[in-house]
Design a protein around this ligand. Structure first.
Ligand SMILES: N[C@@H](CCC(=O)N[C@@H](CS)C(=O)NCC(=O)O)C(=O)O
Length: 204
């Protein structure tokens, strides 16, 4: 199995942090792809990932899997311990609920802000839109407040135990640095949760 990834980029980090939390990062052949050098846009890489995005997983039989969540689902089934996506119907639903909320209402909103506002993204987001940036910023900040309120009386984001939802939130909070925004400093409960997640060591 070969995993194409970009250390420091949030979607690839979601997968490598997930694998490290399972103790299985060393089980894979890893290949780095530089987004800033636009290596993900070469014909060779498009053959692996037709939408020219990282991460991408190629199985030993040649099957190509993209989408960070789908790659994590594959690894959850191949490496079931520790369970990170739910052990029964209720846990699976609660973990997926929070994971999707974080991805759609926080991560993607923040990414919309970043991609449309940061000069580093100008070559990749053509054309940038100030209106889209403002909307993404507003939505991301609203969701950070909501998550902070939830964490006031929860140790973990979903199902009262560590899960992929925590990993997705962790990479999102780290990603916020690129806009010089620190929701984990701004929000007390999010900050306490973030320090506890760092101490688990899955981010390397
Ligand atoms: N929904 C995809 C998104 C993948 C994605 O957008 N990856 C970013 C890196 S974090 C990328 O490849 N960006 C390249 C570009 O925008 O040209 C996933 O979850 O894997």
């Amino acid at each position: 199995m070969k995993l194409y990834h970009t250390p420091g980029a949030p979607n690839p980090d979601r997968v490598t942090f997930f694998l490290r939390a399972k103790g299985k990062l060393d089980a894979l052949d890893l290949e780095e792809v530089s987004i800033m050098k636009q290596e993900h846009k070469t014909p060779q890489y498009r053959d692996v990932s037709p939408f020219a995005q990282v991460p991408a997983l190629v199985l030993d039989d040649g099957t190509k899997i993209t989408e960070s969540r789908a790659i994590c689902t594959y690894f959850e089934n191949v490496f079931p311990d520790p369970n990170l996506m739910g052990a029964d119907a209720k846990e699976k639903a609660l973990i997926e609920m929070w994971d999707r909320r974080v991805e759609m209402m926080f991560f993607i909103q923040f990414a919309t802000w970043f991609r449309n506002a940061h000069e580093m993204m100008a070559p990749l987001e053509v054309p940038q839109s100030a209106e889209a940036a403002a909307k993404g910023e507003k939505n991301a900040k609203k969701m950070a407040e909501r998550i902070n309120a939830h964490l006031a009386d929860h140790e973990f984001l979903a199902a009262d135990r560590f899960s992929i939802a925590d990993i997705t939130l962790f990479i999102t909070c780290g990603f916020c640095r690129v806009m010089k925004w620190a929701p984990t400093k701004e929000h007390e409960h999010l900050g306490r949760w973030f320090e506890a997640m760092k101490a688990r060591g899955f981010a390397g």
